[in-house]
Design a protein around this ligand. Structure first.
Ligand SMILES: Nc1ncnc2c1ncn2[C@@H]1O[C@H](COP(=O)(O)OP(=O)(O)OP(=O)(O)O)[C@@H](O)[C@H]1O
Ligand SMILES: [Mg+2]
Length: 223
């Protein structure tokens, strides 16, 4: 498919083309096509278009085909995971997001690992994964340090990236403007956490106030 046509199909959310894009990261185009064609023949999904339920149905068959072509089973798992992410869209009622409760330092590690795994599945580069892990850790650590407890939601925004929301019902941030302009000196850390996340992210928003807790949302494009 020419690249302008591919861009158009990605923009219109053509799932089959997104599946092919993921597969082509792991195997040749020819192998990718034959894995999909074979899987669709084995199941009932023979129509032109592919929907998410059909993708879930053909995943085991694609898995089997990939294991024939790829030597490293870990890479097959990674690829299947990426396809699983594609098969779960909120629009169609699938479990599109992961929520991790955050209370103690160990949870910071847990949520960072979850974010890394999702980033691999979405095709983030090593740099992208590191950025994401850093930003997620900052927000998780803020929850532990200042709010006591809260949660972080990781949501795949297909095909573009990942949306992260950190929520808590802690005391809120009363001097957000001062913090975001860089004039604030933190008692516990270097006071660069929130500003750092903003710099790393493609979109960033904080909703906070006394009595309503803090919600920080950021988006990172696949990079
Ligand atoms: N979830 C939160 N609830 C309440 N206050 C918060 C929360 N997150 C941040 N803050 C307040 O905002 C300040 C700035 O946070 P930021 O993460 O930018 O820096 P820091 O945590 O002080 O230091 P660093 O993250 O660089 O170690 C904190 O010192 C804290 O007072
Ligand atoms: Mg911090």
């Amino acid at each position: 498919m020419p690249s302008d046509a591919r861009a158009k199909s990605a923009a219109s959310g053509d799932l089959l083309e997104q599946v092919m894009d993921v597969l082509r990261r792991y195997v040749s185009s020819t192998t990718a096509s034959s894995a999909v064609v074979m899987a669709r023949r084995r199941t009932s999904s023979a129509s032109e278009r592919l929907d998410r339920a059909q993708l879930r149905e053909i995943l085991p068959s694609i898995d089997r085909s990939l294991r024939l072509f790829m030597a490293d089973p870990k890479r097959v798992d990674e690829c299947i995971k990426a396809l699983e992410v594609l098969s779960c869209s909120k629009a169609e009622g699938g479990p599109s997001s992961t929520i991790v409760a955050v209370k103690v330092e160990q949870d910071v590690v847990r949520v960072r690992n979850e974010a890394r795994e999702l980033a691999v599945a979405l095709g983030f580069s090593l740099t992208g994964r590191t950025r994401l892990a850093t930003a997620v850790s900052e927000l998780a650590r803020n929850i532990v340090q200042y709010a006591g407890e809260g949660e972080i939601e990781l949501k795949a925004v297909i095909p573009s990236g990942l949306e992260v929301t950190a929520r808590d019902r802690g005391p809120g941030i009363l001097n957000l403007d001062e913090i975001m302009t860089g004039n604030y000196r933190s008692k516990l850390g270097m006071g660069l956490g929130l500003r750092g996340v903003k710099q790393l992210a493609d979109a960033f928003e904080v909703n906070t106030g006394a009595g309503k807790g803090t919600t920080v949302t950021f988006v990172l494009r696949v990079q």
